[in-house]
Design a protein around this ligand. Structure first.
Ligand code: C2O
Ligand code: CU
Ligand code: CU
Length: 493
């Protein structure tokens, strides 16, 4: 890695200080900790606090946030250097209502640049928080805009050029919930932290000295950094205690580059009620759900048939890694059986005939040269339409008010087949087809991020409304994004 940030250089000193304490004896190859030591399910699942609205009248949503350095005790007796929003790791949950005026002062207290991007939010380009809105060290960024979007589970994270993966890895991420009349009136669990539970699922690797082992080489860039420890809301192997009955879990795959298959140990059926951009029309029954990096889903799990003191495990399996018992759910109480809501809302399907343009995007892992394996690896490039991100180049011009179909293909070379996770800023799109077939029920709602497997072509349709300006599209495997698997579209009037 050519770049050496304050984090890495700062860690050198910590690594020395931590050496020889013997608190972590699980040294594997390359100095990485390889076995999963347990949190042992003794820690309660922490619930990220709701960020306090400074406007007591509640008419506007007014917040302040510090981006800061911190430390965590992931392993007993060892401090891991971290980053957090208003705390040591991750950030508070921001909850707003559709139509509200949203104001926030983001103070960058880091010794390096950051940005704050509202992932999934339909927002004026100047407040998008992408690479074009840097917040230099020691400065404050103050977005001010109207929430113009239906109820959904969105999230926020940094997005500075070339720094996204590392800053997220160290802990910068949080949830951004929008509520509206529909979410208020639906008969679903909605008490935050009680039966409406956010789950930020991530994985990490550590050095022997307990520090994060972020991207070390070209292999990590090409494959993404895949961890061997699983965190839920920043904790390994926590236990969530619930009152029984129906519980709503808001799942975020907040990992850098992992694709997760999420299920329960008894293979129970749950109902997906929302995708990235809000509620589905009808709950979709499933036994497991796959989420690529950046994707969300809201699910309702019924624990009304459990006896008190029952314990159910949440399992998370990495597509290209290990399986984890991620969390235990302890049922503490019994409630009557609540029937599952049948109709969530109607979604206006964007008709294909409305589209005035079709664009093609090829996500490609290109081999730049021949030769031995090592050299071949060095010579591979991650591109979209053969290009790497250039902030001084606008890749696509989109007419304000228009509807477009984007056909996104994952063309991976056979030696290097790799899933990608395509994400668009500004819009919530709809998936028209996967390899020519209708998407499954849980992918028929609004989406902003979509998994694209090697060889797959996914067609999506979006309306570009309300705002002009420059937005990003990119692979949400953050090591791919930082390596330049990103482009810019400008909405023009
Ligand atoms: Cu979640 Cu462009 O980002
Ligand atoms: Cu985004
Ligand atoms: Cu990718």
């Amino acid at each position: 890695m050519k770049r050496r940030t304050f984090l890495k250089s700062g860690l050198a000193a910590l690594a020395l200080a931590g050496a020889g304490t013997g608190s972590l004896s699980l040294l594997g190859k390359n100095g990485l900790v390889t076995s999963a030591e347990a949190g042992g399910f003794s820690d309660p699942l922490p619930i990220p606090p709701l960020l306090t609205n400074l406007d007591v009248s509640g008419e506007t949503a007014s917040f302040t946030m510090d981006v800061q350095q911190g430390k965590m005790n992931f392993f007993p007796g060892t401090h891991t250097a971290t980053l957090g929003y208003n705390g040591n790791f991750l950030g508070p949950t921001i909850r707003v209502r559709n139509g509200q005026q949203f104001r926030i002062n983001v103070h960058n207290r880091l010794p390096e640049v950051t940005t704050l991007h509202w992932h999934g939010l339909h927002v004026p380009a100047q407040w998008d928080g992408g690479p074009r809105q840097p917040i230099p060290a020691g400065t404050t960024w103050s977005p001010d805009f109207t929430i113009n979007q239906e109820a959904a589970t969105l999230w926020y994270h940094p997005h500075a050029m070339g720094l996204t993966g590392e800053q997220v890895y160290y802990g910068l991420a949080g949830l951004f919930l929008i509520e509206d009349d529909i979410s208020d009136n639906l008969d679903i669990p909605k008490t935050y932290g009680v039966d409406d539970i956010p789950l930020v699922i991530q994985d990490r690797r550590f050095f022997e000295n307990g520090q994060f082992a972020y991207a070390q080489n070209m292999h990590d860039v090409m494959n993404g950094v895949i961890g061997n420890h699983l965190l839920v809301n920043g904790v390994m192997q926590p236990t969530l205690t619930i009152p029984g009955g129906q519980v709503r879990l808001r799942l975020l795959n907040g990992s850098n580059s992992s694709i997760y298959k999420i299920a329960f140990d008894d293979q129970r059926t749950f109902h997906v009620i929302a995708s990235d951009g809000g509620f589905l029309e009808h709950p979709a029954p499933m036994n497991s759900i796959i989420l690529s990096a950046g994707e969300r889903a809201e699910i309702i799990v019924d624990f009304s048939k459990e006896s008190q003191y029952a314990v159910i495990s949440l399992l998370v399996e990495q597509m290209r890694g290990s399986s984890f018992e991620a969390m235990r759910i302890a049922v503490n109480g019994t409630t009557g059986v609540t029937p599952m809501v049948q109709d969530l809302r109607t979604i206006e399907k964007i008709p294909e005939s409305e589209a005035t343009k079709v664009r093609e995007f090829i996500m490609e892992t290109m081999s730049m040269g021949r030769g031995r394996m090592g050299m071949g690896m060095m010579g591979r490039r991650l591109t979209i339409n053969g290009k790497k991100m250039d902030i001084n180049r606008i890749d696509e011009l989109v007419q304000l008010g228009s509807t477009e179909i984007w056909e996104v293909t994952n063309r991976s070379a056979m030696m290097m087949s790799m899933p990608h996770s395509m994400h668009l800023h500004d819009v919530q799109f709809q998936i028209l087809s996967r390899n020519g077939r209708t998407p499954p029920a849980h992918e028929q709602g609004r989406k902003d991020t979509v998994l694209i497997m090697p060889g797959e072509t996914v067609r999506i349709i979006s309306r570009f409304r309300d705002y002009t300006g420059v937005y990003m599209y990119h692979c949400h495997l953050l090591e791919h994004e930082d390596d330049g698997m990103m482009g810019q579209f400008e909405v023009i009037s």
